[in-house]
Design a protein around this ligand. Structure first.
Ligand SMILES: [Zn+2]
Ligand SMILES: [Zn+2]
Length: 191
């Protein structure tokens, strides 16, 4: 039983609470590329407002993906405040006429969704919200030191000799440069 589905006839003006963990595979639309969403839950209230229905609440979840720097698993939790208005009928196709409801002062007053049939399914909205909440980059911690580009050591857990050797090399590099012109001053004074 999908707990994100509500029978329209049962939704009252007082509202029906919705607090549920959602199995990611039940909201992923067929044929759509997956997202590294590990857990997702929905909490809030769906209520009747005149002819329409309103869901107000939170979509929370956790993305788990390899850290962009060190490849350890990184968790990225999100908590999105959502406000969805459901209208019965077909979504108008004219672009720009509908979509996000903008209030007079330009503030986003929530998303407008359309439903047909006897029930309202929050699943597609939950999926959309999760996709929008997916982080652009994954870091296991803000100060992740990443992997050594030379030996692959995880620099969060250990130091490797590459960094030191590099430092030594650059020092000797400068020293070597000076060695190429050991008697520069002397020659100058002779000329
Ligand atoms: Zn990392
Ligand atoms: Zn190294």
């Amino acid at each position: 039983m999908n707990t994100l589905r509500f029978l329209v006839s049962e939704i009252t003006e007082q509202g029906i609470p919705c607090n549920t963990d959602v199995a990611v595979n039940t909201i992923q639309p067929p044929g759509v590329e997956g997202i590294p969403l590990e857990r997702v839950s929905v909490s809030g209230t769906i209520m009747r407002v005149g002819e329409d229905f309103l869901f107000q609440g939170h979509v929370r979840g956790v993305f788990v993906h390899a850290c962009d720097r060190c490849l350890e698993l990184a968790e990225a939790p999100f908590d999105a405040v959502v406000l969805w208005t459901f209208k019965e009928g077909l979504a108008p196709t004219a672009a720009g006429q509908w979509g996000d409801i903008e209030s007079a002062d330009g503030a986003d007053a929530g998303d407008l969704c359309y439903f047909q049939g006897p029930d309202i399914d929050l699943g597609p909205q939950v999926w959309e919200e999760a996709v929008l909440s997916a982080p652009v980059k994954y870091l296991c911690r803000n100060a992740c030191r990443g992997l050594c580009p030379h030996c692959g050591a995880n620099l969060n857990e250990q130091t490797c000799d590459c960094v030191k050797e590099e430092a030594v090399l650059s020092n000797t590099g400068l020293a070597g440069l000076a060695d190429l012109f050991p008697d520069l001053d002397r020659k100058k004074s002779k000329e």
